[in-house]
Design a protein around this ligand. Structure first.
Ligand code: SIN
Length: 337
């Protein structure tokens, strides 16, 4: 298999920098005038998460008259998704919005229930879970792993892309598919006869270019803005899974803010998340229109029977979750939706 990362890749350099971060540096309130809040994420600025974070930044600047400064670091430029949660714990960043699929590796595997294939029919169902008791309890569980959960954001539904259409279960046979580091996502690909390859988001395009993987699953805004269309001319609108985010901070950073600043930051975030959730659906529609008009790209619409067959093939993943620690949560989610 080709080497994916050259020894001096940004990821390697960042990991070296992370190793050098001094525990807890910079969060004492008296240490500097004003407040600096670094918000790092892995996607492009023109995505639901990218736009939400910039909106949050401008609200915080406006409401604090510049006293609280928000630095936005998109596109894995500060931290990639294999190190961002560790960076938060070490005080090298103050806010993140990892996809829900990435909290399993960080020690809160309950979030992987969101990865179950064909769990949600639409975003209204997702909203009933995230804005209700289940969503609140899940955010509270992040405290176990030194994270303060502040809210949820949608990206949207994921679709399959590859060098060939992926409409039927047989189309997945032997395909190496890049997935996020979630046991449920890996199990889903295995159930379809494909081979899951776990890679950081920022490495996906290079992995496709080098032939390390053959396919990927993404919401359309991520597919477009990461340039994945260059390597995957067939997009099949499978809508087989949900991709959303939880915005997190570190409890120690949060405690270093005055009560007034906590209220200001939480208020700005609530506003930005509501706007971001509206935008997510709009950007998804726009991305779909762009892809349909893109030379060299074919968009496939699976039939209801094809989607049903994909759904049936992935049922063993549900059975595995029902036998494990996520069983009660899955039941609560299904009751809510
Ligand atoms: C993201 O949207 O933050 C990245 C999702 C992925 O890793 O596929």
């Amino acid at each position: 298999m080709p080497t994916l990362l050259p020894p001096t890749s940004p990821g390697v350099l960042r990991r070296t920098a992370l190793a050098a971060v001094v525990m807890g540096a910079g969060w004492a309130r008296a240490a500097r005038p004003g407040v600096l809040l670094r918000f790092s994420h892995v996607v492009a600025p023109d995505t639901p998460k990218g736009r939400m974070v910039v909106h949050f930044q401008s609200l915080v600047h406006q409401r604090s008259a510049g006293r609280i400064r928000v630095e936005v670091h998109p596109d894995s430029r500060l931290w990639g998704d294999d190190e961002e949660i560790e960076a938060l714990r070490l005080g090298a960043v103050e806010m993140l919005a990892p996809s829900l699929s990435k909290f399993g590796l960080a020690g809160v595997p309950e979030f992987e229930v969101f990865d179950l294939p064909f769990l949600f029919d639409d975003l209204a169902q997702v909203r009933r879970v995230t804005q209700g008791r289940v969503g609140r309890e899940l955010l509270a569980r992040l405290a176990r792993q030194q994270m303060l959960g502040l809210g949820y954001l949608d990206n949207g539904f994921k679709h399959m892309s590859a060098r060939r259409p992926l409409r039927r279960v047989a189309d997945f046979a032997g395909l190496r598919v890049r997935v996020q580091a979630s046991q449920v996502l890996s199990a889903q690909m295995r159930a379809l006869g494909a081979q899951p390859v776990v890679l950081p988001f920022g490495d996906t395009e290079r992995a496709l270019a080098q032939g390390v993987v053959d396919a990927s699953e993404n919401p359309l805004s991520n597919f477009l803005t990461q340039g994945l269309a260059r390597w995957q001319p067939h997009v099949t609108l499978t809508r087989h899974g949900y991709l959303g985010y939880a915005v997190v901070s570190h409890p120690r950073f949060w405690a270093s803010l005055s009560g007034t600043d906590q209220t200001l930051v939480a208020g700005a975030l609530e506003h930005a998340l509501a706007r971001g959730n509206q935008l997510a659906a709009e950007l998804d529609q726009q991305a779909q229109a762009t892809l349909r008009g893109m030379p060299g790209i074919t968009v496939h619409e699976p039939t209801a029977a094809e989607r049903m067959a994909l759904r049936e093939a992935t049922q063993p993943v549900y059975q595995a979750v029902q036998r494990g620690p996520g069983a009660a949560l899955l039941q609560a989610m299904q009751a809510t939706t």
